[in-house]
Design a protein around this ligand. Structure first.
Ligand SMILES: [Zn+2]
Length: 229
């Protein structure tokens, strides 16, 4: 039996041998976009918040989009200390999206750059029970543990190809239920990321695929009937 690769976060076209959550920015949410062709996440990214007014508009669009059955998650959304976007606006946008996640019962795919403490604090303050998936994780094992302890999952991308990276070192020590894999906006096949992850964790590719399909079903509460899943 051939199992699908799960690509939890991508900005590119989904490969035929994969099941993807394609990222849609709130600004690109139109009635006629290709939302019906596959799973997607929709969110307001901290890089693209201009001012209060555009934020409000995007949040309204987002609230409409999340009711679509193919919308599996909010995001990417989060906090970024290296972007020029006003910090207060970023926090506001993120908080609003936490509330949309709770209202819609859908997880959030998190973008976090140098704002780990703030993300952790919000996670604890909000007492939210919906999963947060920290995408493109490349931080310490200690941070990984703290996030997982509060109910977050981690997702790893091309950083793991460098086995000296923090991402690679953390990945090989996690329990199978705590992580996902992704290509983000990189021109790399999801199969390559899986191959490296299987090698790092010393398991077969099929075993890894089965584990991540299990995580996908559990975290996004979907029952897939296709026998390749
Ligand atoms: Zn991304």
């Amino acid at each position: 039996m051939k199992y699908f690769f799960i690509n939890i976060h991508t900005h590119k076209l989904c490969a035929e041998d994969a099941l993807c959550i394609s990222n849609v920015f709130a600004d690109d949410l139109h009635d006629n976009n290709n939302k019906d062709s596959g799973f997607f996440s929709a969110g307001v990214h901290p890089w693209y918040i201009k001012d209060d007014k555009t934020l409000e508009k995007r949040l309204t669009k987002l609230e409409e989009a999340v009711s679509h059955p193919n919308c599996l998650a909010i995001g990417e959304a989060g906090l970024d200390k290296l972007t020029e976007t006003d910090w207060g606006l970023q926090v506001k946008a993120f908080n609003e999206q936490i509330h949309i996640s709770e209202k819609s019962s859908k997880p959030i795919i998190i973008h976090c750059v140098k704002a780990w403490d703030e993300i952790l604090k919000l996670r604890m303050q909000e007492k939210t029970t919906f999963p947060w998936i920290i995408h493109g994780f490349n931080s310490s094992e200690q941070m990984a543990r703290q996030l997982i302890d509060t109910g977050c999952s981690l997702s790893f991308g091309k950083m793991i190809l460098n086995h000296e990276s923090k991402a690679a070192k953390v990945l090989l020590r996690l329990k199978p239920e705590d992580f996902f894999l992704e290509t983000d906006d990189d021109d790399i096949a999801i199969g390559e990321i899986y191959k490296k992850a299987a090698e790092l964790r010393d398991i077969s590719l099929d075993e890894l695929k089965k584990q991540l399909i299990g995580n996908f079903k559990r975290v996004f509460k979907i029952s897939l009937t296709d026998n390749t899943l």
